[in-house]
Write a protein that binds this ligand. Structure first.
Ligand SMILES: Cc1cc2nc3c(=O)[nH]c(=O)nc-3n(C[C@H](O)[C@H](O)[C@H](O)COP(=O)(O)OP(=O)(O)OC[C@H]3O[C@@H](n4cnc5c(N)ncnc54)[C@H](O)[C@@H]3O)c2cc1C
Length: 246
């Protein structure tokens, strides 16, 4: 990658996040296999297909009694593209997650910035820890859009000016805001994903409500949709047991 800034690096603006399941080895049978090893030994894999109702019951029992380790024998790798402020929250999830994020030291960061669309509730009410968000007015949306776009463009211009003057990328990036998009691979297992989903989504079946920032919730919802397809029995048991990670 060249040191010089790319030509025509005009800022662009997004309101969405990208989540792509790039690699996986994850199925309900992984949970059953791990749980049944204690009674069926190496034959446990054959046991799986014999009695689907029993398999469903076993997964539900493991979830309900928080017998968590059988949910760790699987893997999902997601490619995520989201604003840096989402990644700051995401990387607080330390256990059962591996991350690799694009570098602002080795390449010029691209001018792609987050501007919320009109579906994003803008006004915060209530007390800390239990906020509720209500619709912004049209004026507020216009103000947010205009102010963010101007501010982002100014910051990126300053970044490019420093790069053109020969300043190292790792120094010049200090002027870039947390609304800049970054990308990462994030790898987890079903247990660590459930813990993440319990904290970073709002859901009517949650026994312990959480109040996540909407933008990380957008990432979480897309991960959840991918996972639900891979492990439907585990997913159903997670919901049925209050969305608390086992
Ligand atoms: C709505 C919301 C608001 C938040 N607000 C803030 C905030 O204002 N400021 C802020 O700094 N953070 C904030 N956080 C981040 C939060 O404190 C956690 O860091 C984050 O949710 C990751 O959770 P975790 O530690 O359970 O996950 P992980 O790091 O994945 O850990 C998983 C589990 O492993 C165990 N564990 C991990 N590490 C340790 C350890 N060192 N000691 C003992 N047990 C451990 C715990 O049981 C933990 O639940 C917020 C999170 C949410 C969901």
């Amino acid at each position: 990658m060249s040191d010089a800034p790319a030509a025509d690096n005009k800022p662009s603006f997004r309101s969405d996040v990208t989540v792509e399941l790039v690699k996986h080895s994850a199925a309900d049978t992984d949970v059953l296999w791990a749980a049944r090893v204690s009674t069926a030994g190496e034959q446990s894999l054959d046991e799986l297909q014999k009695d689907p109702e029993r398999s469903k019951g076993l997964i539900n029992y493991l979830m309900r009694d928080r017998h968590g380790s059988p949910f760790e024998h699987n893997s999902m790798t997601f490619f995520v593209s989201a604003p840096i402020f989402v990644f700051r929250e995401f990387m607080r999830h330390r256990v059962g997650w591996s991350y690799n994020e694009e570098s602002g030291r080795y390449r010029q960061l691209q001018p792609v910035f987050y501007v919320p669309d009109t579906s994003r509730r803008l006004v915060q009410e209530g007390r800390p820890g239990k906020y509720r968000f209500v619709e912004g007015t049209q004026e507020q949306h216009e103000l947010v859009g205009r102010t963010m776009e101007n501010s982002y463009a100014q910051a990126y211009e300053a970044y490019e000016e420093m790069l053109e003057a020969g300043v190292a990328r790792e120094v010049a990036r200090a002027v870039l805001p947390v609304g800049l998009y970054s990308s990462m691979y994030a790898t987890c297992n079903a247990r660590s994903l459930m813990h993440f989903l319990g904290l970073r989504t709002q859901h009517e079946q949650a026994a312990v409500p959480s109040f996540p920032q909407r933008e990380i919730e957008m990432v979480a919802e897309k991960m959840e949709a991918e996972w639900a397809k891979l492990m439907p029995l585990t997913y159903a048991a997670f919901n049925a047991n209050g969305r608390v990670a086992p």
